[in-house]
Design a protein around this ligand. Structure first.
Ligand SMILES: Cc1cc2nc3c(=O)[nH]c(=O)nc-3n(C[C@H](O)[C@H](O)[C@H](O)COP(=O)(O)O)c2cc1C
Length: 341
């Protein structure tokens, strides 16, 4: 793979959201074969896991994944600072503080969304992290935590963090209703309020706002970019990874042709073989490829071939060869079109 894939450029306006159990290093490597500039995020890693667990397993990544941001979850300033320093040492491009996760476990640990309740405390944590590293530190949060947006509280949160040195806010543009909805419902039920993010940008023009939530096409992303600085896409990236095939040429013109799906498959084989040789279970990697043919006529066939082949205990290269065999070359060799719809 060419060395220019290890770009460290964080300026690209598009990113793929941190998602637990989804955005692991194998998924990120796969996405990097589709888009070389989109900023990638790790799953949230807690300070508890990092300080007590297998650091290498949690932090190791392939340099082609860069630009890559480590998302941290935690509420102890010194632990967060230590973990941010580790991220820097391992070569991450930036660190992100999770201030939006509404899961009960996270709330119990007094971090994630709980940080929005206490802007002064969040700012103190931010400040400690910021002082521990030289790489950028951003914050990902929601619009609020009650059943309607409390603008005073939201603006206070932004102001306190900005005063502590934060200039990049990633906003999942919904509230999280902590009283009546669980974590999964909180990703779907509270209505999206993209215009609130646009207002924040107007109110604080010197800060960077990254809009997140419900974006499913590059065309939509481009529309949001007229009123915000950046856009982050989560579930649609996992469900339809090839959506990103045009991202480079669209947001950084002059980037040549997007890869075909066949090229993506061919290029991931050596990586998967290497990982398999190191003992990684093929299923844990191949599951990330399931959406590669989404919205084509062979989406189901691909998924079926992949899952059946995995059960056969064949090596990954044979699994992918087998899975490809049943697919028409018009689709395998088709390139994403710049229709952006
Ligand atoms: C399975 C799953 C896991 C997630 N894990 C995280 C996480 O670790 N950290 C985080 O900040 N957000 C997490 N999120 C939220 C996403 O980052 C994103 O904010 C949310 O899905 C809204 O964006 P979307 O509509 O583009 O998916 C997760 C979402 C999903 C679906």
């Amino acid at each position: 793979m060419s060395s220019d894939l290890s770009v460290k450029d964080l300026d690209f306006p598009l990113s793929i959201a941190p998602m637990m159990k989804l955005t692991d290093r194998h998924f990120r490597y796969f996405m990097r074969l589709i888009t070389r500039y989109t900023v990638l995020y790790s799953e949230m890693i807690t300070t508890f896991a990092l300080l007590r667990g297998n650091r290498d397993k949690l932090l190791a990544f392939d340099p082609v994944e860069l630009p890559l941001v480590l998302q941290l979850g935690g509420s102890d300033a010194q632990s967060l600072a230590l973990c941010a320093r580790m991220a820097q040492e391992y070569g991450f491009s930036a660190v992100n503080l999770n201030a939006g996760c509404p899961s009960p476990k996270v709330q119990k640990g007094e971090f994630g969304i709980k940080l929005m309740k206490n802007p002064d405390f969040a700012a103190e944590l931010y400040n400690t992290i910021k002082n521990a590293v030289t790489i950028p530190v951003s914050v990902k949060h929601r619009l609020g935590i009650e059943n309607k947006v409390d603008y005073e509280q939201l603006y206070r949160f932004i102001e306190r963090l900005a005063a502590a040195g934060c200039c990049h806010f990633i906003i999942h543009a919904r509230i999280a209703d902590l009283n009546t909805l669980d974590a999964k419902q909180n990703r779907k039920i509270p209505p999206l309020r993209h215009t609130d993010v646009y207002h924040l940008k107007k109110t604080f023009p010197g800060l960077i706002f990254e809009l997140n939530g419900g974006v499913t096409t590059l065309k939509e992303a481009r529309e949001h970019l007229c009123k915000t600085d950046k856009v982050m896409i989560g579930r649609a990236a996992y469900a339809d990874p090839y959506l990103f095939a045009n991202a480079d040429s669209f947001f950084k013109p002059g980037n040549g042709l997007p890869p075909t799906r066949r090229q993506v498959i061919e290029r991931i084989i050596p990586y998967l073989q290497k990982q398999e040789a190191e003992g990684i279970n093929p299923l844990s990697m191949l599951r990330h490829l399931m959406g590669l043919f989404r919205y084509t006529s062979c989406a189901r066939a691909w998924r079926r071939y992949l899952s059946e082949s995995v059960k056969s205990n064949k090596p990954v290269d044979k699994i992918l060869e087998h899975a490809q065999k049943g697919l028409p070359s018009e689709i395998l060799d088709d390139r994403a079109r710049l229709s952006l719809s």
